[in-house]
Design a binder for this molecule. Sequence first.
Ligand code: ATP
Length: 355
Amino acid sequence: MTNTKKIAVIPGDGIGKEVVAEGLKVLGALREHRGLDVEVVEFDLGADRFLADGTTFPEEVRNTIRDECAAVLLGAMGDPRVPRNEHAKEIIFGLRFGFDLYCNIRPVVCLHDRLMPLKGRTAQDCNFVVFRENTEGIYVGMGGQFKRGTPDEVAINEDLNTRKGVERIVRAAFEYAVAHGRRRVHVVDKSNAMQAAHELWRRCFFEVAAEYPGIESAHQYVDAFCFNMIRDPSQFDVVVTSNLFGDIVTDLGASLQGGLGMAASANVRPDGVGMFEPVHGSAPDIAGQGKANPLATVLTIGMMATHLGVAGIEDELTGIIRDAVEAGECTADVGGSRSTSEVGDFVVSRIRSRG
Ligand code: ATP
């Protein structure tokens, strides 16, 4: 009986294809030199396929992932040729909602002093993890437009929050804090303005917090949180928030990490398949030019290895990325002059040379 784990790979659009190509080199090196027992199954999904034959996220791909794969590695989705990006929505939401991947874990960690944009701060001051609710909120698509294009036009999007949905992400954040020796969990909401929906968040958070007396619990409104992320990010350890706020605050977080090319994410639930993707999108402005930073994807692969139960790889890749930034073996967005594939080659060479 083999323990080989199948990884579904969906490079997607724009720079997604470029960074995943480097990710696959890194996975190959980990397989060869670290015994990471994985088999890659690549799926051709994204704008090119959609424009060619209308395919978005077919049933057979969904079933293969559900029945055979331990994880999905996704590059990025989005293409200006598909104005409403319907293919992207079907694929990303097909994975997040379809597999009920309710924890979107986004580390906001600055890996090198050189990447820290805040005056008087070092990389050590920015080391927290955002737990973004991933299956509810504004993203459920409830709402619509009425009298569109007239002076009486009405547009509504509902923000859906359930007790079950809020409680399970809050609990996941506390469980993570316990498992990783983090001392404090913050809930970030807007309960002063969204008095129904976010009162639920706040109440549920402090009820769950009472079950974790060893972990400090705290609340911040999302506006104050953004202010404090810049003023003093060192106060944060683990942060739990809604789907929309999680999306927004982690882009701000990426700016503390050296940019979107350095921000990784995992979409998981405690059991079953997990989906791993860099935080950035398809970046059409730089696609096809060898400028995309693949390090967020390398970090994402580290998170995937941890999810697969393989210890050590995430820390090793993090160390190699620090070295890449230190040595200038990185793309221009983080101060280097290397191309996407040269950075991938550097990571692979480090894995090889460490034996
Ligand atoms: P989305 O709507 O999917 O978030 P977007 O185009 O609005 O996509 P991103 O693609 O995430 O946003 O990126 C915004 C900009 O940041 C890009 O246009 C690009 O200039 C830069 N960027 C993003 N990712 C990277 C990367 N990996 N390497 C270098 N620059 C990047």
